[in-house]
Design a protein around this ligand. Structure first.
Ligand SMILES: [Zn+2]
Length: 270
């Protein structure tokens, strides 16, 4: 499945490393993931989410606030996938959605890969979920052979549509989740004078056909101040707010709207 990020030749597993015919070699970490991000392709020392964001994210997701979204993703994909399907989760973070999807498709003996640019996130993911094949890699140069997957999930993450199209089999699926108009609106109201609604336009993804689109919205009741802090720290708001401002918000925010658009695209037969 894996291909070399440097020369695009297939990678073969040799003991604790993955190697291509040109002797490019990538180590398999003790946590059980492979780092396929060549040093020369890194634009910063530690790209992607940092440890503080990752801890906040894991705690918040573990509290179950996003479970209805995860359930809906699993339901949609279960309807479309046959036995032994191969799936890739792009921008999988610490693995919450990936692992719940893996459980949901367990009876179908699906095989799951998860990819993220953040090594911190992938270390968290691989330590907890051993059944999934995790890699640190770029979504803009996917380290997989052409036509490898029956489905790809992309929850929020940025990516390159030509790469997604390349690694999908014909008739395979891409499921995307984007924030819809009112996502986290109360949070924005508490931060901005004139909060703006999210743009929610369908992307044009060349080579893929939009087959289905649905909205999922519900409100969550933040049970503890720590939950509010975690929510703030896992979003881009984390960069904008001081710690004092975050603490203030924990007192003012109790109910927050979640609002998502889920889209299902398909790669047509040639
Ligand atoms: Zn190579």
């Amino acid at each position: 499945m894996y291909r070399c990020p440097l020369c695009h030749q297939p990678l073969n597993r040799q003991d604790l490393s993955w190697r291509c015919a040109n002797s490019h070699c990538f180590d398999f970490a003790k946590e059980g993931y492979v780092n396929l991000l060549p040093v020369q392709n890194k634009h910063s020392k530690n790209p992607g989410d940092n440890a503080q964001m990752m801890q906040a994210r894991r705690a918040f997701l573990d509290a179950g606030y996003y479970q209805p979204l995860s359930d809906q993703i699993n339901k949609l994909l279960s309807q479309h996938l046959t036995a032994s399907a191969k799936l890739l989760d792009i921008g999988c973070g610490e693995g919450y959605y990936t692992a719940r999807l893996s459980d949901a498709l367990n009876a179908k003996q699906a095989q799951i890969w998860g990819l993220d640019i953040s090594k911190t996130a992938i270390r968290y993911a691989a330590k907890r979920y051993s059944a999934i094949n995790f890699s640190v890699a770029s979504a803009y140069d996917l380290p997989f052979a052409d036509q490898s997957f029956d489905a790809i999930t992309r929850i929020y993450a940025p990516s390159l549509s030509t790469e997604i199209e390349r690694v999908l089999k014909h008739q395979a699926w891409l499921l995307t989740v984007q924030p819809a108009a009112h996502h986290l609106f109360e949070l924005k109201q508490a931060i901005y004078q004139t909060p703006r609604l999210h743009d929610d336009l369908a992307e044009n993804l060349p080579g893929l056909v939009l087959r289905q689109q649905q909205n999922l919205s519900y409100a969550i009741e933040l049970k503890q101040p720590q939950d509010t802090l975690n929510l703030l720290n896992m979003t881009p708001f984390a960069w904008k707010l001081t710690e004092a401002h975050k603490l203030q918000l924990t007192e003012r925010l109790s109910k927050v709207s979640l609002d998502f658009t889920i889209r299902l695209y398909q790669k047509p037969t040639p």
